[in-house]
Design a protein around this ligand. Structure first.
Ligand code: ADP
Ligand code: MG
Length: 253
């Protein structure tokens, strides 16, 4: 079966171990949610999968459809189908969303193949309609002066255009009001499908009212300490994380 497999992953920042032996399998067609207290290493996990250079993998593997991706550069991982929506997306002043996405789509084509402008805009507008986005949005500079909700919508539009095999959404809900949360959730639900595995990272249960996951995992101090179905999110909402952290104190800072 096609899947993104994380096997006994250990990750350091400097000489501090942040991820401490984490294993998880995200199958194509499934949505896995990771919840957990702040500082447990959720963003670290997502950045390591995407290939961020600040983090040192000291052990374990990340296999995408059987192939170890840890030795690959971030752009190679992206071309192979890994997508990360950032918790804090960056501003790219002077570059419109339309041009930014066009360069990203072009970069995924085989060498020598040129993306036709008409073909590109057809696809862009098709995806925007699907996500119920206003077309004027794409003439704005990437994330410049965007509200929290607009930044997240921009990330979802990128995901729609790049059609990744495995998408990791890091706290896509943070900073969103309820209307923006509904729009973003709608986008993710539209992009769910048998050809795509999704990892949703969230601190709050609220997002999971709108995007109902197949599996829920709790991450504490760099490890998955509990896994279950969607009902686990509700349990965490009512009980908090304390009962899970008592025997597993957060990593010393
Ligand atoms: P979460 O997303 O679960 O809140 P993070 O992965 O952001 O957790 O952080 C896990 C721990 O690693 C925290 O203690 C944080 O301070 C530390 N950390 C994360 N990124 C860096 C970095 N680039 N440099 C130093 N420490 C970092
Ligand atoms: Mg985080």
């Amino acid at each position: 079966m096609k899947s993104l497999v994380i096997k006994d992953l250990h990750v350091n920042i400097g000489d501090r171990e942040i991820i401490q032996g984490l294993s998880l399998e995200i199958e194509c067609g499934k949505v896995h949610a990771i919840m957990g207290p702040n500082g447990s290493g959720k963003s670290t996990l997502s950045k390591v999968i995407a290939g961020h250079p600040d983090y040192t993998v000291t052990g374990g593997e990340v296999l995408m459809d059987g192939e170890n991706i840890l030795g690959m550069e971030p752009d190679e991982r992206a071309r192979k189908g890994i997508f990360l929506a950032f918790q804090y997306p960056m501003e790219v002043p002077g570059v419109t969303i339309a041009n930014f996405l066009r360069a990203a789509v072009q970069a995924r084509l085989p060498e020598g193949e040129e993306l036709e402008a008409t073909e590109y805009y057809y696809k862009l507008y098709e995806k925007m309609d699907l996500l119920e986005m206003n077309r004027a949005f794409t003439s704005r500079s990437v994330n410049e002066g965007f509200s929290g909700g607009e930044k997240k919508r921009c990330e979802i539009l990128q995901m729609a255009m790049l059609e990744p095999k495995y998408a990791i959404l890091d706290e896509t809900d943070s900073g969103l009001d309820i209307d923006a949360l509904k729009i973003v959730s709608h986008g993710v639900n539209v992009l769910r499908g048998p050809e795509r595995g999704i990892l949703l990272i969230t601190h709050y249960q609220r997002l999971l009212d709108y995007i109902v996951p197949d599996y829920v995992h709790v991450m504490v101090a760099g490890k998955i300490v509990l896994s279950g179905g969607k009902e686990l999110a509700l349990e965490l909402e009512s009980k908090g994380y304390d009962w899970l952290t008592e025997e597993e104190p957060a990593a010393a800072v």
